[in-house]
Design a binder for this molecule. Structure first.
Ligand SMILES: [Zn+2]
Ligand SMILES: [Zn+2]
Length: 256
């Protein structure tokens, strides 16, 4: 339910549009006037939480606890886990940090079906991708992280699939929504640490249709420890996919 001040703002936007014979829209976050082609005003777009200094491989944001102070230079900056061993993916692109208001936008999209947030979030991911792949080859197809059929039935949509379809349309890349399935349903993993998440998700995906591409990108809304995406990478690699990138809207700060 909008507050009185928000309703006042909204009415100002529409009164302005009537007197100026112009099409305007209200920003999804602050309800200020914005261009009809945009979902967020310029200020709100600029204020979306940036990822900041993060691992070059898995894009986990650095904190004072995870050894950033021990690095002597900023080239090839890797987190402790990426320094120790090989990750299952080749590259990782994240648009934003999982902090307010992005966290609320993703939660409302996922749990309350507010799909109006998809456009501004995927546009931000697309612009991050365009900068990232300026000098390197793009993946040939997108694979949304699949949802178990029971959860899909309950929620009515898979947010990763919706995000992948928007990004695929913006970048003219095919989306393979039915090639992989989630073979069992477990509880949400947000509270588990990295080791427990890896154990929970092991063997959780099945290839349903052959994937005729050697380089793909896995698409998801949020990356926490990366356990889900890495398990999907193992499944895809065991069926012949050679190069796998991960694309997500947001990355959470590291869990201990
Ligand atoms: Zn705004
Ligand atoms: Zn890393």
């Amino acid at each position: 339910m909008p507050s009185t001040s928000q309703l006042k703002k909204l009415s100002k936007v529409y009164i302005w549009s009537i007197f100026n014979h112009a099409k305007v829209a209200a920003c999804l976050l602050c309800l200020d006037r914005c261009h009809p082609a945009d979902s967020l005003c310029r200020q709100c777009r600029m204020n979306l939480p940036k990822l900041g200094l993060a691992c070059d491989k898995c894009r986990e944001p650095f904190t004072f606890d995870n050894k950033i102070t021990e690095q002597t230079h900023t080239e090839n900056l890797l987190c402790t886990r990426c320094q120790k061993g090989k990750r299952a993916f080749d590259d990782c692109v994240i648009a934003l940090q999982y902090a307010s208001p992005v966290a609320e936008m993703l939660q409302r999209m996922k749990y309350s079906g507010h799909l109006s947030y998809v456009k501004p979030l995927t546009e931000k991911l697309t612009s991050t991708l365009e900068a990232h792949y300026a000098d390197s080859p793009w993946p040939q197809a997108l694979i949304p992280v699949p949802m178990h059929w029971w959860k899909l039935r309950k929620r009515g949509f898979n947010q990763a699939d919706i995000l992948a379809r928007h990004v695929g349309k913006q970048l003219s890349l095919p989306v393979l929504s039915r090639s992989v399935t989630k073979s069992y349903h477990k509880q949400a993993q947000m509270s588990l640490n990295a080791k427990k998440r890896r154990q929970e998700i092991r063997g959780g995906f099945r290839i349903r249709r052959p994937i005729p591409f050697r380089h793909v990108a896995i698409v998801d809304d949020v990356m926490t420890t990366g356990a889900t995406a890495e398990e999907l990478c193992h499944t895809l690699r065991s069926h012949g996919t050679e190069q796998i990138d991960i694309w997500c809207i947001a990355r959470t700060p590291p869990y201990s």
